[in-house]
Design a protein around this ligand. Structure first.
Ligand code: FNR
Length: 390
């Protein structure tokens, strides 16, 4: 297959991934693309969707399809939201704001990562739409609460607490590429950059990105001689002692909606409902944390069963097609977070790339529904799927 060099030549999320790979230095692309250790979970997440086959209905009126959904009593244009992903500015200066604006255009929520390269306030002022703020639990509790307060003051609708990384996972692609944050220039990186002049010019014009919302904390943390990857720098600031009691404290102090991201078991899911979270996301961090963890789609039915409709269950991990979204919904998810799928578009081409990714997914989801004989999302259910014998 010919690899696309322009957005107009991108028809699938796979095409957008190729475009991003062509446009970005290798070390940068692989930071976004890669997973932990042997990348078993990274691959399993995507492969899990192929383990289910559609059993479509025919002879139904699917001339009009409604892809609208709702969450927390408010309408959604699609059963999707943008997942929090850090360090977007290393790919494209507009990656984060572009994703947020594309999300607003498609009437879905955007989640800003605490490791983003754009300030909490900038997104609130310039993006529009429904905004969620994702916080990692930091050892520096004062800073953690300051971030959450800033999100509250800016009117973010929901707080996402990510619970699947008490410590940072190890992504060996980053080690081999000498990719670290703060960025360290090596001869190989320099050569890698010079081969991508358009990317380099954008970076030179906008300045080397920094994790804007963690700046203050970075000043107090000791610079590492061998800052091999994000996990060795910012990751050192995560609080591995965070537990159920502390989550309860967050619940009590945050007045808005609380979403917990990173659950993968029914018993934990049950307890999350008891703690008072408003929604949860079945996730293994896109295979960037515990390698060997089961695919999100495999964990989903157990969580859905345990939660039994008390709060919405969403999922993420490996979604690369609109049909994947359909399968997640058929297995009980109320919606999916989009990680790399929209990120590839945004790091390749900013806001237009993010819009392209969402257009592709919307169109694919619509066609999947029509070909399955479903005119509405609520018609997607497990009876439309069977384990694939491929
Ligand atoms: C992430 N993810 C993530 N999650 C989070 O809670 N906070 C974060 O800052 C980040 N940062 C981040 C950076 C990059 C480059 C990636 C690829 C992922 C995980 C993300 O929210 C989501 O769970 C996964 O991306 C979902 O998997 P897919 O869709 O990328 O396969």
């Amino acid at each position: 297959m010919k690899s696309p060099h322009h957005l107009e030549g991108c028809y699938t999320i796979g095409d957008l991934r190729h475009l991003a790979r062509n446009r970005l230095p290798r070390a940068i692309f692989e930071f976004f693309d890669g997973g932990a250790e042997d990348e078993i979970t990274l691959r399993a997440n995507a492969a899990a969707f192929d383990r289910w086959a559609w059993c479509p209905h025919v002879l139904r009126d699917v001339s009009q399809v409604d892809l609208g959904s709702e969450l927390f009593g408010l309408p959604l244009g699609l059963p999707m939201a943008i997942a929090p992903t850090g360090a977007g500015g290393f790919g494209h200066p507009d990656a984060e704001l572009g994703l947020a604006r594309a999300a607003a255009k498609h009437r879905i929520p955007y989640s800003l990562s605490s490791s983003a390269t754009t300030r909490i306030e900038t997104i609130a002022e310039q993006a529009g739409g429904r905004l969620w703020f994702q916080a990692y639990v930091l050892k520096d509790q004062a800073h953690f609460w300051r971030l959450i307060d800033r999100a509250r003051v800016c009117g973010y609708e929901a707080l996402i607490i990510t619970v699947d990384l008490p410590v940072g996972g190890k992504r060996y692609r980053d080690f081999h590429n000498h990719f670290s944050i703060p960025f360290r220039m090596t001869a190989r990186n320099l050569w890698d950059f010079l081969k991508h002049p358009a990317w380099l010019l954008r970076i030179l014009k906008n300045g080397m990105p920094v994790m804007e919302n963690l700046r203050e904390m970075a000043k107090t943390s000791r610079p590492l001689a061998m800052a091999n990857e994000i996990a060795s720098t910012v990751g050192k600031g995560y609080d591995a002692a965070f537990d159920w009691d502390r989550l309860k404290e967050v619940r009590d102090r945050w007045p808005g909606r609380l979403i917990v991201k990173g659950v993968s078991r029914g018993d934990d899911a049950h307890r999350l409902v008891q703690v008072g979270c408003d929604a949860m996301v079945v996730s293994n961090h896109g295979g960037r944390q515990l390698d060997g963890a089961r695919a999100s789609l495999m964990a989903l039915p157990e969580v859905v069963q345990s939660v039994a409709g008390r709060v919405p269950v969403w999922m993420d991990g490996g979604v690369r097609r609109g049909g994947d979204v359909g399968k997640a919904l058929a297995l009980g998810a109320q919606g999916v977070l989009l990680g790399r799928a929209t990120l590839y578009g945004a790091i390749a081409a900013g806001e237009s790339g993010a819009n392209r990714a969402l257009d592709i997914l919307r169109e694919e989801l619509q066609r999947t529904l029509q070909l399955c004989g479903a005119a509405q999302l609520k018609e997607l259910n497990a009876e439309l799927l069977m384990p694939s014998d491929r």
